[in-house]
Write a protein that binds this ligand. Structure first.
Ligand code: PRX
Length: 635
C-alpha cells in the first residue's frame, strides 16, 4: 500500500525518506493505486536538468477528466463537485454534482469540437469566476486542447499578448462580470484585444450580466444555445503522459510574460497528492480556495487537485469586501467550509477591519487554514490563527510557484508543528537545496541562501511555450543541475524553511545580505502601519541603503512623521538589528500592486533610484494612481 494519506510526523519522515531514496518506486506506487490509466507507463522518470528535459510516467495514457470526473460517478455521482457562490449573496448558490459536471463538461467539449478545436490546439479562456470557467478548463482537457486561462482582470493589451504568444484559435469569454457592486465589460475588452489577434476566428460568449453587447457576425457565438444542442456524451481523448495540459502565463523580471507549460500525468499526480495531504481532505469536507482560476493556485487547488480526490470545491465569484468585509466569514458559515485557503494580502486587508465582522459568524466548521503567494508576516499569521482558526486550526503556509505546479514546502496539518512565518518542511518527494553566492550547496541547518530544487518532481513545468532556451536560462543556468526558484530561504535549527523573499529583492547593505520580507514584517508590527515595501537605493558608503514605502492605517491623522520614522526604525532594530534600519521612509497612500496582490517592487525600486523615465510594463497594475502619488512625494 502506498502512503497516500500521511497522518503523523513519524510517518511523514519515513515516507519522505523513501521518496528521496527511491523516488521512482515511491511515485509509481502513488500513481498506480490512486489514479485511472488507460495504459500504464513504460518508465517512471527520465531527466536531465542540463537540457533541461524531464519526463514522468512516459508511455502512459490517460485523460485527466476521467480521473477528475468519470471515476467518481459510481460512488459520488450525486455529491457536489463544484459549489458556486455568486457575487450577490442574495443569489442562490449552485451545487453542481459530479453527474451534472460530467454532463456539462461533455457538452462543452462537444461545442469546442463543433468549432473545429482538436487535440493540441490552444484555447484562451477569459472568464470571471463562474462555473463555465471550471467547466471550459475541463472541456479542453477532455478533448486534449491546451487551455490558456488569462485572469479576467488583465487588460486588453495583456490579453492580446498572451493570445498571440501561444497562437490561440478561440477565446471563451462572457458578456461581462460582476465584481462587488461593479460590473465589468469583459466582452468589450476581448473585442479590443482581438483587434491585434488575427489568429482568433471564434469567440464563445457566456451570458452572465445580461448586458447589451456587440456580437461580431461570423466570429462571436452565444454559448448557451450551442451547449443545449450539443450531445451530453463525449469520449475522453487519449492523452500521453507528457502531452501539455495547459499554458499559464507568469510575469518575468524582464521581458514578456512566460507561458509556463504543464504536462498531464505528473501534474495530476502531484496536485492530487498534495491536495489530499496538505489540507487533510476527508470525504464530505467542503474545501474553499479563494484564488481565481486565472492563477496557478486556482488551477491546482480549485479545479484539478480537489476534483481528482472527489472533493467538494467552492468557487466564489465575488470579492472579500462585498457587500461588506464580513463576506468570507459569511460564506464559511453558510457552506460549513472545512478548509480555507487564501493569501496574506487578503488576511491583512481583513484584519484591518476589526474582529466584529468575524465574531458575527460561526466559523466552527473550519479545520485547516492555508496561506499562499507571499511570505506571511508574523502579525497577519497571529491574527489569522487567533481570530479565524481560534488557535485550533493549523495554518499551512504553503510555498510554491506557477512553475512548480503544486505545493512544495509546507506543513502537513496535525502532522507538522507549525511556526509563524515558516513554510516548514519540504513536501514528500521535494528535495530543496540552499546555495551560497559561489554556487555551493549549504549543508546542515541554520543556513541562509538561494532556494533551489535538486531533483525533479512530477508537476514541474516542462518548458516555456515557444522558448525553451528562456526556460533553461531562467531556471537551470544559475546553478548546475538544479532548478533555481528565484527565492531566498533560510533553514533553521530543526530544518524548517522560511522563505525570505525573491532574491532579486535581496539588498546588500554594508556587505550584509538583507531580505526585504523580514524587515517589512518588523515594520508591519507597528500599530500604525498597514503594510510596507523595502527596496534598495544607491548609497556612497554602504553600497546600497534601504528605502521604505510605508502605508499607514490612518492617513488623515496628523502624527509627527519624524517621530513615526524613529519608531519604525526602532522596531527594525529590535527585530533584526541596526544594520537593517531604513535610511529613507516615505509614507504612501498605497503600494503599487499586480492584480494578484503582489507589490510591484520593480516600480518602487525605480522611483527610489529616481529613475522614472521608463517604469517598464505597468499593464498588470491594479492601482496605477498610487504610482504618481509616490513619485510626487519621493524623498
Ligand atoms: O516568492 C515566492 C512567492 O510567490 C512566488 C511565486 O509566485 P506565483 O508564481 O505567482 O505563484 C503564487 C502561488 C503559488 C514564489 O517564488 N510565494 C508563494 N508562496 C509563498 C511565497 N513566498 C513565501 N511564502 C509562501 N508561502
Amino acid at each position: 500500500m502506498s502512503n497516500y494519506h500521511i497522518k503523523h510526523l513519524e510517518e511523514y519522515y519515513q515516507v519522505y525518506r523513501k521518496s528521496v531514496r527511491e523516488p521512482e518506486n515511491f511515485w509509481e506506487e502513488i500513481a498506480e493505486e490512486h489514479f485511472m490509466w488507460q495504459k500504464k507507463w513504460d518508465n517512471v522518470l527520465s531527466w536531465d536538468f542540463s537540457k533541461p528535459e524531464v519526463k514522468w510516467f512516459e508511455g502512459a495514457q490517460l485523460n485527466i477528466t476521467e480521473n477528475c470526473i468519470d471515476r467518481h460517478l459510481a460512488t459520488r455521482g450525486e455529491k457536489t463537485a463544484i459549489l458556486f457562490e455568486p457575487n450577490d449573496p442574495s443569489e442562490t448558490a449552485e451545487h453542481i454534482t459530479y453527474n451534472q459536471l460530467h454532463e456539462r463538461v461533455n457538452r462543452f467539449a462537444n461545442v469546442l469540437k463543433s468549432q473545429g478545436i482538436k487535440k493540441g490546439d490552444r484555447v484562451c479562456i477569459y472568464l470571471p469566476m463562474i462555473p463555465e470557467l471550471a467547466i471550459s478548463v475541463l472541456a479542453c482537457a477532455r478533448i486534449g486542447a491546451i487551455h490558456s486561462v488569462v485572469f479576467a482582470g488583465f487588460s486588453a493589451t495583456a490579453l492580446s499578448t498572451r493570445i498571440n504568444d501561444s497562437d490561440c484559435k478561440i477565446v471563451i469569454t462572457s458578456d461581462g462580470s460582476y465584481r462587488g457592486a461593479k460590473t465589468i465589460d469583459l466582452k468589450g475588452i476581448v473585442d479590443e484585444a482581438l483587434e491585434s489577434c488575427d489568429g482568433v476566428k471564434t469567440v464563445l460568449v457566456a451570458k452572465r450580466i445580461n448586458s447589451d453587447i456587440h456580437m461580431k457576425s461570423g466570429r462571436d457565438k452565444w454559448l448557451q444555445p450551442l451547449l443545449e444542442n450539443a450531445s451530453a456524451a463525449c469520449k475522453a481523448e487519449v492523452m500521453n503522459a507528457e502531452d501539455p495540459l495547459f499554458i499559464l502565463y507568469t510575469s518575468g523580471s524582464t521581458g514578456k510574460p512566460k507561458g509556463m507549460v504543464h504536462s498531464t500525468a505528473g501534474y495530476m499526480v502531484h496536485t492530487a497528492y498534495t491536495f489530499k495531504n496538505v489540507f487533510q481532505y476527508r470525504e464530505n469536507d467542503v474545501f474553499w480556495c479563494t484564488a481565481d482560476i486565472g492563477w496557478i493556485t486556482g488551477h491546482s487547488y480549485i479545479v484539478y487537485g480537489p476534483l481528482a480526490n472527489g472533493a467538494t470545491t467552492v468557487m466564489f465569484e465575488g470579492v472579500p469586501s462585498y457587500p461588506d468585509f464580513g463576506r468570507f466569514w459569511q460564506i464559511i458559515e453558510k457552506h460549513k467550509v472545512n478548509q480555507f485557503y487564501t493569501a496574506p494580502t487578503a488576511i491583512r486587508a481583513l484584519a484591518k477591519q476589526g474582529v466584529e465582522l468575524v465574531e458575527n459568524h460561526d466559523l466552527s466548521s473550519l479545520k485547516v487554514l492555508g496561506s499562499v503567494g507571499e511570505p506571511i508576516n508574523e502579525e497577519a499569521w497571529h491574527w489569522y490563527n487567533d481570530n479565524i482558526g481560534k488557535k485550533k486550526s493549523p495554518i499551512v503556509d504553503t510555498w510554491w510557484q506557477t512553475e512548480t505546479g503544486g505545493i512544495m514546502i509546507t506543513p502537513i496539518p496535525f502532522v507538522t508543528p507549525t511556526k509563524p512565518t515558516y513554510a516548514t518542511l519540504p513536501f514528500i518527494g521535494i528535495q530543496p537545496a540552499l546555495m551560497d553566492e559561489n554556487g555551493k550547496e549549504l549543508k546542515g541547518n541554520q543556513v541562509d541562501g538561494r532556494l533551489c530544487i535538486k531533483f525533479p518532481w512530477p508537476s514541474m513545468a516542462r518548458t516555456i511555450w515557444g522558448n525553451h532556451q528562456r526556460y533553461k536560462d531562467t531556471y537551470f543556468s544559475a546553478y548546475e543541475n538544479k532548478y533555481f526558484t528565484g527565492d531566498g530561504a533560510l533553514r533553521d535549527e530543526v530544518g524548517y524553511y522560511r522563505i525570505t523573499g525573491r532574491v532579486d529583492d535581496v539588498i546588500i547593505v554594508s556587505g550584509h545580505n538583507l531580505g526585504t520580507a523580514p524587515i517589512e514584517d518588523a515594520i508591519n508590527e507597528h500599530p500604525a502601519v498597514i503594510e510596507s515595501a523595502i527596496v534598495g537605493f544607491p548609497h556612497d558608503v554602504k553600497g546600497s541603503a534601504l528605502y521604505g514605502y510605508v502605508t499607514l492605517k490612518d492617513t488623515g491623522e496628523s502624527r509627527d512623521q519624524n517621530n513615526l520614522r524613529k519608531e519604525i526604525n526602532q522596531i527594525i532594530t529590535e527585530h533584526i538589528g541596526p544594520i537593517a534600519k531604513l535610511d529613507k521612509i516615505q509614507f504612501t497612500s498605497g503600494l503599487p500592486k499586480t492584480r494578484s496582490g503582489k507589490i510591484m517592487r520593480r516600480i518602487l525600486r525605480k522611483i527610489a533610484h529616481k529613475d522614472t523615465g521608463n517604469l517598464g510594463d505597468t499593464s498588470t497594475l491594479l492601482n496605477p494612481e498610487v504610482v504618481q502619488d509616490i513619485m510626487d512625494n519621493v524623498l
